[in-house]
Each structure stands twice: as structure tokens, then as C-alpha cells.
Design a protein around this ligand. Structure first.
Ligand code: C2E
Ligand code: MG
Ligand code: MG
Ligand code: MG
Length: 287
């Protein structure tokens, strides 16, 4: 009886796995096709200084699927990483984002996420350098976001990568800090420009004193280490003012701006540079 029952479970499990595998396989084929047909797109989410000026936009990949609707990156980036498709996909995102940012007549930066698989498989410094050269974007306007999982693969190689990128004028941020291992050794050993505190922490800071203690300490510690701090996932005014009041350098979140299509982001970037010019003129006239 028990044996029969067990067998049934195995069959059910196998059938379930089959469906999952098929689904994944279909999705992989779709993604490969979408990538080669140029059907992927990028949304851009603004980042703000604590004074409220746009400092950068983060490029976030989107997949408008003809039948499944807009597929978020959490669904297809892991698949792209497993299948190696992240290599052409990541290069496409970087090239497209740099091309778009190069058209903005302002010093607003563009932030692009890098994946551990790209780091494993290709020479990222070479790839980034050639994209910058091709698109004409000043290196100082590019910020690359890496996670601890990339650094963990091969610390020495990762250190060489971050050091090399910085030598070329590209900024590097440690993304999703506060999740995973959040090893202090990474902050100590790598020449990052910036730490991005993960939103799972930010969304707790106004109702969980321990979460706030941790975030506040990350801000203090980062500043002592000469790192700038960005808070991601700000959704309420209370979270924003708490962070502003404690010296957080940069803010990102749905409260301030959602990821948006290229045309909207470009319009926002242009308006920002016009306002900046106007401010400048006003100051000059006042004198
Ligand atoms: P991430 O790099 O940590 O990007 C921030 C994510 O938080 C984005 O999700 C953004 O939409 C979301 N977010 C920002 N503010 C808020 C908020 O106030 N509330 C909430 N609930 N969410 C907020 P998204 O666009 O779904 O991207 C998810 C992740 O997918 C990214 O996390 C990044 O790790 C990865 N990803 C996206 N595009 C790329 C890419 O081109 N290459 C690589 N390697 N990874 C990418
Ligand atoms: Mg990011
Ligand atoms: Mg992040
Ligand atoms: Mg995150």
C-alpha cells in the first residue's frame, strides 16, 4: 500500500517536473527569438539626490511577450543566466542604455546591472570599453551595479574588474546590500563608489526598529569608508524623510518615480537639464 502510494507520488512529481521543464524550454526558445528579433526593451527608473535632483536612471530590462504580456526581469533574467543568453542580452542592454543616455544634454548618469554569468564568460572590461567608445558616452556617466554573487565567484578576478573599470572612469555600485551575505569584507576590499541598500530593508525602516538600526549603521559606516549610499525601493514619505534626515545620498523608489519607457525618461532628463540651466541663470542674474 505504502509502496503504491509512493510510486504514485513519484509519477505525479515527474509529470509536474515535465511540465515545468517544457514551460522553461518554451520560454527559453521564446527569449532567444525575442532577443534576436530585437523585441526586448528597457525601462528606466530615476534616482534622486537628497536635494531632489535626478542623478541617474537605472536601466531595467523588460520583455513584452506577445501572449504573456510584460514579463518582469525576475522571470527571465535567471533563465537568461542559466542558458548563457545573459551574455548577448546584457551587452544589448548596456549598448542600448548608453546610446540613450548619450542623447541627453545633461550629466545624468545611466546605471546598468551586471550578472555573474557575464563576468564568468566574457572580458567585461573589454566589452564595456568598446560599448563606451561606440556610443560616445563619457565613462563618468556610466555606473555598473554588481551584486555579491558576482564578487564571490573569484574574488581576485572581481577585484581586478572593479579596479580596472574605475581606472577607466566608470563607477561601480554594490547592489542589493543587506540581503545575501552582506559581507563587510566586500566593502572593505573593493573600491566601490556606492552601496545600494536593498529594498527589503528599506520597506521595513519605519516600522521595524532593528531594520532601521541596520540601515542607519550602513549609512554611517559607508560614509566613513567614503562610499555613497543609495536607498532603493522607497515607497512612502515617512521612509524618504527618515533617510534624508540621516544623510542618505541618493533615493530610488516608486514614491519618487517608477521604471518608465525610454521616451518618458528622456523627456524627464531633458527637463531636468533645462531646470538646471535656469537655476544657473537665476543665480548669475542675482549677482
Ligand atoms: P535591481 O537591480 O535591484 O533593481 C531594482 C528593482 O526594484 C527593479 O525591479 C525596480 O523596478 C524595483 N523597485 C524600485 N523601486 C521600487 C519600489 O519602490 N517598490 C518596489 N516594490 N520595487 C521597486 P525590476 O525592474 O523588476 O528588476 C528586478 C531585478 O532584475 C533587478 O533588481 C536586477 O537584479 C535584475 N535586472 C533587471 N534588468 C537587468 C539587466 O539588464 N541585467 C541584469 N543582469 N539584471 C537585470
Ligand atoms: Mg540594480
Ligand atoms: Mg538593487
Ligand atoms: Mg534589488
Amino acid at each position: 500500500q505504502a509502496k503504491l502510494h509512493g510510486k504514485g507520488q513519484v509519477c505525479e512529481f515527474a509529470a509536474g517536473m515535465d511540465a515545468d521543464l517544457r514551460e522553461r524550454h518554451d520560454l527559453e526558445l521564446d527569449l532567444r527569438g525575442a532577443l534576436s528579433r530585437g523585441e526586448l526593451t528597457i525601462y528606466y527608473q530615476p534616482l534622486f539626490s537628497s536635494a531632489g535632483k535626478i542623478t541617474a536612471f537605472e536601466a531595467l530590462a523588460r520583455w513584452p511577450h506577445p501572449e504573456r504580456g510584460m514579463i518582469p526581469p525576475d522571470r527571465f533574467i535567471p533563465l537568461a543566466e542559466e542558458t548563457g543568453l545573459i551574455v548577448p542580452l546584457g551587452e544589448w542592454v548596456l549598448r542600448k542604455a548608453c546610446t540613450v543616455a548619450a542623447t541627453w544634454s545633461s550629466d545624468i548618469s545611466i546605471a546598468v546591472n551586471l550578472s555573474p554569468t557575464q563576468f564568468q564568460r566574457i572580458d567585461l572590461v573589454e566589452m564595456v570599453s568598446s560599448v563606451l567608445k561606440e556610443t560616445g558616452l563619457e565613462p563618468c556617466r556610466l555606473e555598473l551595479e554588481v551584486t555579491e554573487s558576482l564578487l564571490m565567484e573569484d574574488m581576485e578576478k572581481a577585484l581586478a574588474l572593479v579596479t580596472d573599470l574605475r581606472k577607466r572612469g566608470v563607477r561601480v555600485a554594490l547592489d542589493d546590500f543587506g540581503t545575501g551575505y552582506s559581507s563587510l569584507a566586500y566593502l572593505h576590499n573593493f573600491p566601490f563608489d556606492k552601496v545600494k541598500v536593498d529594498r527589503t530593508f528599506i520597506n521595513k525602516i519605519t516600522n521595524d526598529p532593528n531594520a532601521w538600526t541596520i540601515v542607519e549603521s550602513i549609512i554611517v559606516m559607508s560614509h566613513k569608508l567614503k562610499l555613497r549610499v543609495t536607498a532603493e525601493g522607497i515607497e512612502t514619505g515617512a521612509q524618504l524623510s527618515l533617510l534624508q534626515g540621516h544623510g542618505c545620498d541618493e533615493m530610488q523608489g516608486f514614491l519618487l518615480g517608477r521604471p518608465m519607457p525610454e521616451t518618458d525618461a528622456s523627456r524627464m532628463a531633458e527637463n531636468e537639464s533645462k531646470t538646471a540651466r535656469k537655476d544657473h541663470i537665476t543665480v548669475v542674474q542675482d549677482i
